[in-house]
Design a binder for this molecule. Structure first.
Ligand code: ADP
Ligand code: ZN
Length: 367
């Protein structure tokens, strides 16, 4: 086994992200992240049958006195509800969880957000250890401390900033991840290159096939580099008051597509989050070019990379540009002077730009 990669998130509530194959079987490593005698493992109906027993056995061996319970939700974004959150708190209560208890989130972003929010609220905040099993969760949602559940009126409307105590990403779990979920995660990986590092975009171009083939070394490299970018932004701006909003590159367009299709992606008939972000990044790059901020060739190159990674790059048929624009205006990213976007200065360098005129946005949506 290769030694795991380690990325540190610095700051008052700093923590480390460990990345490598087989980490869920390393009981001593898991145990080191736990302080007290109680642990609740939260997972979902796809992940639990694959990885829960192994992790529990490793933990039991490394920490025999530990009192562990499990709470498993059905898979899917529509389970990220206040009802599941309440059930999770009841599970903590039944476990007799004290202030030094730990919630372990074993799964993708849905499990991570729900478990993280329960940890944020139980006794005003206990430790949460993220054990992400999707590429998206490894490179994005498990790092940074954003936790939330959805309401029928919108995603992530109730939540808290609650940094994890540790993130342990076992890359072996990616072998069972459905192809479409892998590609969705790669969209967020590409995002880091697009915002921060043209050299990383070059690297992704030369490793696209290896990543799609789930080559261990390529995946570990992509995850470690992505986490390092995210760790850096999060350390500078833990509560998203400034720079962290750069991570929304492609997301203003992407969220509009997701909401306009009624989050159909979560049921499989529309674009999922990563796919919507892929389309959104191409639109953001084109808008940057249309505004004369960046070159059109860079936008084309980004589009080609995403296409090679099997990601969509066009707005799904049937979505009306005017309706998408209206969504963006509602999405708290507009002010009196116009819409706010993360746009390119060039590939690998982005900034937040306010006051983008509706007509400019519509022109790009209609292309
Ligand atoms: P995301 O991490 O993309 O935000 P989810 O938490 O909804 O999203 O996970 C996406 C889907 O992949 C869910 O159906 C989940 O049960 C499933 N899943 C998560 N991790 C794995 C894995 N390692 N192997 C197989 N399926 C997985
Ligand atoms: Zn995202």
């Amino acid at each position: 086994m290769n030694a795991p990669r380690k990325v540190e998130v610095s700051g008052e509530a700093g923590y480390s992200i460990e990345i490598g194959p087989g980490l869920l079987g390393d009981g001593a490593r898991l145990a080191r992240a736990l302080r007290g005698r109680h642990a609740l493992v939260v997972s979902d109906g796809n992940v639990a049958p694959l990885y829960l027993d192994g992790a529990l056995a490793a933990l039991a061996e490394a920490k025999p006195g530990l009192s562990v319970a499990t709470f498993t939700i059905p898979p899917g974004e529509h389970e990220k509800t206040l009802e599941r959150f309440t059930e999770c708190l009841h599970a903590l209560s039944e476990l007799g969880a004290t202030r030094d208890a730990t919630v372990l989130a074993l799964g993708g972003g849905v499990v991570g957000d729900l478990a993280g929010f329960a940890a944020a609220c139980w006794m005003r905040g206990i430790d949460c250890v993220q054990l992400p099993t999707t590429l998206l969760a490894m490179v994005d949602s498990s790092v940074g401390g954003k936790t939330a559940v959805d309401l029928p009126s919108g995603k992530n409307l109730v939540g808290a900033f609650h940094p994890p105590r540790a993130v342990i990403a076992d890359t072996s779990t990616l072998r069972t991840l459905p192809d479409r979920e892998l590609r969705a995660g790669l969209a967020e990986v590409v995002k880091y290159g697009a915002i921060f590092d043209a050299g990383f975009l070059d690297w992704l171009e030369s490793h696209a096939e290896a990543l799609l083939a789930r080559d261990d070394a390529a995946l570990a490299e992509a995850i470690a580099r992505s986490c390092a970018f995210k760790a850096d932004v999060v350390a500078r701006d833990p509560y998203e008051r400034g720079d962290r909003a750069m991570l929304n590159f492609g997301h203003t367009f992407g969220h509009a597509i997701e909401t306009e299709q009624g989050y159909a992606g979560t049921t499989g008939d529309g674009l999922n989050h990563g796919e919507a972000v892929a389309v959104g990044m191409v639109l953001a790059a084109r808008l940057s070019a249309a505004l004369g901020r960046a070159g059109a060739a860079d936008a084309e190159r980004l589009q080609r990379l995403l296409e090679r990674l099997g990601l969509p790059v066009r707005i799904p048929a049937g979505l009306d540009p005017q309706a998408l624009l209206a969504r963006m205006r509602l999405d708290k990213k507009a002010d009196a002077s116009g819409l706010r976007f993360v746009l390119w200065d060039r590939a690998g360098a982005a900034r937040i730009v306010s006051g983008v005129a509706d007509e400019q946005v519509l022109a790009v949506l209609r292309e």
